[in-house]
Design a binder for this molecule. Structure first.
Ligand code: HEM
Ligand code: HEM
Length: 152
């Protein structure tokens, strides 16, 4: 169980670091044209994408905060190699037990909301590929490229 939690924390911190790289990449490159669709569909896609970004940051940050607040002070070893520091603000709290309980609950809610949105998002990708038959998914995967009209 201890090893599983260390793996969970290592993968979670990796999500956080990769999300930072992804966001920097996004704002430093030209974005492809949005998928064609009604105003409502465009708005729903935008909301889902922004929420996915927010939760991809928030969920691991809450995990990091909760291990920092833990009264047991268990170290986080990234893939058994690098020791990840605790956030000093949470480590210095007076009532660490209460903080850990609350953060653990919010971490759980964030994680399940992220999972729900990711599944919804994958469903939308499947709809684009198999129902609408456009190139929104295939333009992310070069060997699948359909090269149809909506290609940027
Ligand atoms: C995208 C990243 C992450 C996801 C999706 C995620 C998801 C989850 C889920 C589903 C649980 C079980 C909640 C429950 O039912 O009790 C959990 C628990 C936990 N996570 Fe994460 N997690 C992430 C990142 C992290 C990180 C970065 C850390 C620490 C550095 C962490 C530390 C923990 C700990 C210590 C628990 C046990 C909490 C408790 O119930 O006492 N997680 N996480
Ligand atoms: C099988 C899994 C997945 C597929 C097939 C998929 C597919 C796609 C596609 C086709 C796009 C639109 C790209 C475009 O406009 O050209 C997209 C965007 C996006 N996906 Fe996924 N996705 C998957 C999993 C995920 C997961 C797990 C997350 C988050 C945790 C995620 C987060 C995002 C975000 C945030 C965007 C918006 C990107 C931007 O505009 O900056 N995706 N995805």
């Amino acid at each position: 169980m201890f090893k599983l939690y260390q793996l969970h924390k290592s993968l979670g911190i990796s999500v956080l670091l990769l999300s930072i790289i992804r966001l920097l990449w996004r704002f430093s490159t030209k974005q492809p044209v949005a998928a064609p669709g009604s105003k409502l569909e465009q708005r729903m896609a935008k909301t889902a994408h922004i929420s996915l970004y927010i939760l991809a940051f928030l969920t691991p940050l809450l995990g990091w905060a909760l291990v920092s607040a833990s009264p047991y002070n268990i170290p986080t070893l990234i893939f058994g190699v690098v020791e990840w520091p605790h956030i000093s603000f949470f480590a210095a709290l007076d009532n660490k037990e209460a903080a850990e309980t609350i953060l653990s609950k919010i971490h759980e809610i964030a994680a399940f909301t992220l999972l729900f949105l990711a599944l919804l998002h994958m469903g939308a990708a499947l709809r684009h590929h198999f129902v609408l038959k456009d190139n929104i998914v295939s333009r992310m995967i070069p060997f699948l490229n359909r090269n149809n009209k909506s290609d940027p």
